[in-house]
Design a protein around this ligand. Structure first.
Ligand code: ATP
Ligand code: MG
Length: 175
């Protein structure tokens, strides 16, 4: 079972929206059965899921503490892809899950609109330090792809979408 964790320290950055869309898109693309997991104690996804006419992708509430066990249970139940929506602070307890990422894609020309070259928060030294610490903290076999783009550039989102589609295509061919 592949696991995708949608995490960001920043509140309101679109984690829940992205998680729900990814789960539905992956199921429609044939990468299922997909399960969407909510480990945010505020539980925003349940209302959305209950209002859907069908219950595919599946949905489960979990918590940072129970996540590893719950993922194992879901793996045994036959789910092939789990998408995990997280609360706005990536806590210490979920960092081991993030540490098992399969691929990290970093835009080297800034992570926000004010962070573009020449923008108010353009700080290439801080961005480089972030990239170095990310690379050092990750398992050595996890590839880090750097793209000469800002996070809002089309070239960046196209690459992220391509990598995601390649990932779920591999998933489709797995037993
Ligand atoms: N790509 C997008 N374009 C426009 N609006 C968006 C987009 N993604 C999310 N939103 C809107 O932004 C708001 C916050 O989104 P969402 O709840 O997904 O963020 P979040 O990161 O899960 O927030 P929290 O940190 O509080 O859990 C919502 O009103 C959502 O509809
Ligand atoms: Mg959320």
């Amino acid at each position: 079972m592949r696991v995708i964790v949608v995490a960001s320290h920043k509140g309101g950055s679109g984690k829940t929206t992205l998680s729900a869309h990814l789960a539905v898109a992956a199921e429609r693309a044939g990468a299922g059965p997909v399960v969407l997991l909510d480990i945010d104690p505020r539980g925003a996804l349940i209302d959305w899921w209950e209002s859907r006419p069908d219950h595919v992708p599946a949905f489960a509430r979990s918590s940072a503490e129970r996540l590893t066990n719950d993922l194992e249970l879901l793996r045994r139940k036959g789910y092939r892809l789990a998408i995990v929506d997280t609360p706005p602070a990536a806590s210490e307890t979920i960092s081991p899950v993030i540490g098992q990422a399969e691929l990290v894609i970093v835009p080297t020309r800034g992570l926000s609109i004010p962070n573009v070259p020449g923008g108010a928060f353009w700080d290439p030294e801080a961005d480089l330090a972030f990239l170095q610490s990310l690379t050092l903290d990750l398992r050595k076999d996890i590839p880090v792809i750097t793209i000469e783009a800002n996070i809002n550039d089309q070239v960046f989102s196209d690459r992220v979408a391509d990598e995601f589609l390649a990932m779920i295509a591999e998933n489709r061919s797995q037993p």
